[in-house]
Design a protein around this ligand. Structure first.
Ligand SMILES: O=C(O)CCC(=O)C(=O)O
Ligand SMILES: [Fe+2]
Length: 376
């Protein structure tokens, strides 16, 4: 079975169907799943990993205590809004008019602290930024972590594989002998699983980095949606109704899935209550903060009421192609998104037998906060 990893897809609101559980199971890896490939290191069909130092490992003995609150510093607030340190030599193209930019000519790992402050603000404004031709994957893993650590405390994922000795790196990996896609599409018509990362944490991630190590010839793109534009598209009356509502986000199903498949649970699963509309501390923009993977229930609503409203919001985010972007990976690509104001989805659409391998650095940010509805 495949050690490919994304956030474990799951929704247990009552309209969720069995197929989502199947997908979730297909996506979670574990020590047993990985063993075969780790020993072989490549097959006739597939060459060895380009970055073996980043291959996933799972240590069942590794346990962490509950996360403690910390004070997040929003570096975007210190940024020069004209971005002189970030964009001096950059060629910037917008991916769409509502979300996303692509940058050539900047080496992320060489940014000064001022450049990093500007990066935080720029990513918050653009929601997702694609940096091409980076040397990031070639850095020693600790150097990559040191870079990401500027933006917040590293999140250690409770269930995903990590490079040996670097639990703060979250890995996405599907390798040789992997039949995930074939198995998955026996039961499902598409693989779209919108989510923001680990929103069950009290302080979910902010500026988040995902970089390609190995990729298929075609396919395996990643979808992004602007949750600020999703918010703005709603009528003032509807937005007014959403303000003040809170929802429960849960890690329980992700941990259960991991256990059921012989995987690890490094930290006991938690639930958190977050506002449905949050405000970004750097831009002041309001964004929807619900996602079908982790948001379970609206606090104070009866089950049917909660399901009805969450289903509307999930559909609104999923269907909004006019506030979404599709990112194509290439060697040297680093994608940076602001997890507070975006949702994303992996796509399981490439031919089995090709390795897809990415690493994520996931600095946590502030506890989501809501500011009042502004009447327009
Ligand atoms: O594999 C992808 O395209 C995205 C995986 C993902 O959801 C993540 O790394 O947070
Ligand atoms: Fe994700």
């Amino acid at each position: 079975m495949a050690p490919a990893l994304v956030e474990t897809p799951r929704s247990n609101v009552s309209f969720a169907n069995k197929g989502i559980a199947d997908y979730k199971e297909a996506y979670i890896g574990g020590p047993a799943a990985y063993k075969q490939e780790a020993e072989v290191g490549g097959t006739a069909k597939q060459p060895p990993a380009r970055y073996p130092n980043y291959l996933p490992t799972w240590d069942p003995e590794e346990k962490y205590p509950p996360l403690q609150p910390f004070v997040h510093k929003e570096h975007g607030k210190d940024a020069d809004p004209t971005f002189p340190h970030l964009l001096e030599n950059a060629k910037v193209t917008n991916l769409t008019s509502n979300i996303g930019a692509e940058i050539h000519g900047v080496e992320l790992s060489k940014l000064t602290d001022k450049g990093k402050d500007e990066l935080a603000l720029f990513v918050a404004q653009k929601k997702v930024v694609v940096f091409r031709n980076q040397g990031f994957a070639d850095l020693p893993i600790q150097d990559a972590l040191n870079f990401g650590g500027y933006f917040g405390r590293h999140h250690i994922h409770p269930t995903s594989g990590a490079p040996k000795g670097f639990p703060a790196v979250h890995l996405v990996h599907r390798g040789a002998e992997d039949t995930t896609a074939r198995d998955f599409f026996e039961e499902r018509t598409n693989s779209v699983t919108w989510h923001s990362d680990v929103t069950y944490e009290q302080q979910p991630p902010g500026t988040t980095f995902l970089y390609l190590l190995d990729g298929p010839v075609a396919g395996g793109d990643t979808l992004f949606a602007s949750q600020t534009e999703a918010y703005r598209r709603l009528s003032p009356e509807f937005r007014k109704r959403l303000h003040g509502l809170k929802a429960i986000h849960s890690a329980i199903e992700q941990a259960d899935n991991s256990k059921n498949r012989g995987g690890v649970v490094r930290r006991e699963p938690v639930t958190s209550i977050h506002p449905i509309v949050r405000t970004h501390p750097g831009t002041g923009e309001k964004a929807l903060f619900v996602n079908p993977q982790f948001t379970r229930r609206i606090v104070g609503y009866k089950r049917e009421e909660s399901d009805f409203l969450l289903k509307f919001l999930f559909d609104h985010i999923a269907k909004g192609q006019d506030f979404q972007a599709r990112v194509k990976w290439a060697p040297g690509t680093v994608v940076v998104w602001d997890n507070r104001v975006t949702a994303h989805s992996a796509l399981l659409d490439w031919d089995d037998g090709q390795r897809r391998h990415l690493a994520r650095i996931t600095p946590q940010a502030e506890r989501p906060e809501e500011t009042p509805f502004e009447g327009k």
